[in-house]
Ligand binder design. Structure first.
Ligand SMILES: *Cc1c(COP(=O)(O)O)cnc(C)c1O
Length: 233
């Protein structure tokens, strides 16, 4: 089931890329693995996803100890409390959800202590929703211009979670805004920045995201099926 779902997503990704005149190889599939156990994560890796995205530190640590992510990079994509930064820095390939300055500073400190450089994305609150974390466009511009203050963090791009959308095309204006912002940042050629990754698009809107320049979609439901929030495991 999982393998079949992934094959279907891959062909939809490819069609969306080609329709947009893009090379399908430019777009990575990140499996949002929350609430799926190690064996299901392994199944997804075997079926050829590009990376795993985990939301909760406890779940990450547990599944990592079970060897769940062997053969694929693992990213942190959830809200990260500063008191848990120690467990994540150096343990994941990419922290996608850097959503506030205090968190960035904390990651910098921890990476310095561990003498490593942590790859990160900045999370943008693109629709300026009260309920969501993330920086404003202006804040992202500002941080991008002073990444030399964070020498143990390597800024690889942007991540966004736009409003839930069931109608095709609804989130395109947000995706396009993010892509333009990324182009603006890249044009400045700052120290410590690569900006190759635009992590946007989920189960309901990944084709639109690809049309608007996404280089990494994060997909949970379409791979693993609906999550059962009543189940405790
Ligand atoms: C769960 C999750 C996703 C995937 O959501 P689906 O709609 O199930 O594809 C993507 N990004 C983040 C940050 C998530 O927490």
């Amino acid at each position: 089931m999982i393998a079949q779902n992934i094959a279907e997503i891959r062909s939809r990704m490819e069609a969306a890329a080609i329709a947009a005149g893009r090379d399908p190889k430019e777009i990575l599939l990140c499996a949002a693995t929350k609430m799926n156990d190690a064996s299901r994560v392994r199944e997804a890796i075997a079926a050829g996803i590009d990376c795993c995205g985990e939301n909760r530190v406890q779940e990450l640590v547990t599944k990592q100890a079970q060897g769940a992510y062997e053969g694929a990079p693992v990213h942190f994509i959830g809200r990260l409390q500063t008191n848990k930064v120690r467990q994540v820095v150096g343990a994941v390939d990419l922290i996608q959800s850097v959503d506030r300055l205090a968190l960035l500073e904390c990651i910098e400190k921890e990476a310095a202590k561990k003498q490593l450089v942590q790859d990160i994305l900045l999370e943008i609150n693109i629709a300026q929703e009260e309920s969501k974390a993330g920086f404003t466009e202006a804040e992202i511009m500002e941080i991008a211009q002073k990444m030399e203050v964070f020498p143990h963090c390597h800024l690889c791009g942007l991540m966004a979670i736009p409003p839930v959308s069931k109608n095709k095309g609804e989130n395109c204006r947000f995706f396009e805004k993010i892509r333009r912002l990324s182009v603006d940042i890249m044009a400045k050629k700052q120290h410590n920045i690569t900006m190759g990754i635009l992590s946007m698009g989920m189960t309901d809107d990944f084709e639109d995201a690809i049309a608007c320049g996404s280089t990494m979609i994060r997909v949970g439901t379409a791979i693993f099926g609906m999550r059962d929030y009543n189940k405790t495991n």
